[in-house]
Design a protein around this ligand. Structure first.
Ligand code: ZN
Ligand code: FE
Length: 253
């Protein structure tokens, strides 16, 4: 299984999961760069996986499926054009052309029907988890997002995380404000500066790196809870209360 980032808009990545013939497209927000990439690579699309209904993740579906009717796997409880396979989490998506199968994870928070697709050591997590950050709570509650991130934390530590946006550099500023003395963050910052300097994506990133760096996955750490308490100016329990405080803090930045 090869995975290639197709940049779209300002900072989106459409992930193409492919071999030498066929490609699965994850969150095709914009058709033009995808069609150009398929053409250059001489690949044909066999399926679309959608994490949530936002335009920057679904905007290309109409044009891609107009050329060829392919299955569109997407949240069943969100309005999504062209969806052929509504999913709620707990299903397995089998893509026979590539011999691949993905477990569907319900990850509500950013949106209520948000899904992740996990398989073959990879998680396609849309706008739920970003490197050193997490999605904004447009529809869900802090408790829903905290539970979704806990589900992701339980995956094998060597899982590669494929996020839908290149937000890592900006997220690191916030993460360093929370944990200025976390050595893993300083290491990641160096690595990210180098990758971005070369115009390369900072993704995928391993779950183990995120567990060491991402403040939103580290809400049980005393250092993170203490930072939340300093920001709120009153004591904050580790866990959900720390998560809710961090999310609100980042929204102010
Ligand atoms: Zn979104
Ligand atoms: Fe997005």
């Amino acid at each position: 299984m090869k995975v290639t980032a197709i940049p779209a808009f300002r900072d989106n990545y459409v992930w193409a999961i492919h071999d030498d013939r066929s490609a699965i497209l994850v969150d095709p927000g914009e058709a033009a760069p995808i069609l150009a990439w398929l053409e250059t690579q001489q690949l044909h699309p066999v399926a679309i996986l959608v994490t949530h209904h936002h335009a920057d993740h679904v905007g290309g579906i109409r044009e891609i499926t107009a050329r060829q009717a392919i299955p569109v796997y997407a949240p069943g409880n969100e309005a999504i054009f062209g969806r052929t396979h509504p999913l709620l989490g707990g299903e397995t998506v089998v893509i026979a052309e590539l011999g691949l199968a993905f477990q569907v994870l319900a990850t509500p928070g950013h949106t209520l029907g948000h899904l992740g697709y996990f398989g073959h050591g990879a998680l396609f997590c849309g706008d739920t988890l970003f490197s050193c950050g997490c999605g904004r709570l447009f529809e869900g509650t802090p408790a829903q997002m905290h539970a979704s991130l806990s589900r992701i934390k339980a995956l094998p530590a060597d899982t590669l995380i494929y996020c839908a946006h290149e937000y890592t550099r900006a997220n690191l500023d916030f993460a360093l404000a929370v944990e200025p003395d976390n050595p893993a963050l300083h290491k990641r910052l160096e690595e990210v500066r180098e990758l971005r300097g070369q115009g390369k994506p900072t993704l995928p990133v391993s779950l183990s790196t995120e567990l060491a760096c991402n403040p939103f996955l580290r809400c049980d750490e005393p250092s993170v809870a203490a930072a939340a308490a300093r920001h709120a100016n009153h004591p904050i329990q580790p866990g959900l209360a720390t998560f809710a405080t961090l999310r609100a803090w980042k929204d102010e930045c």
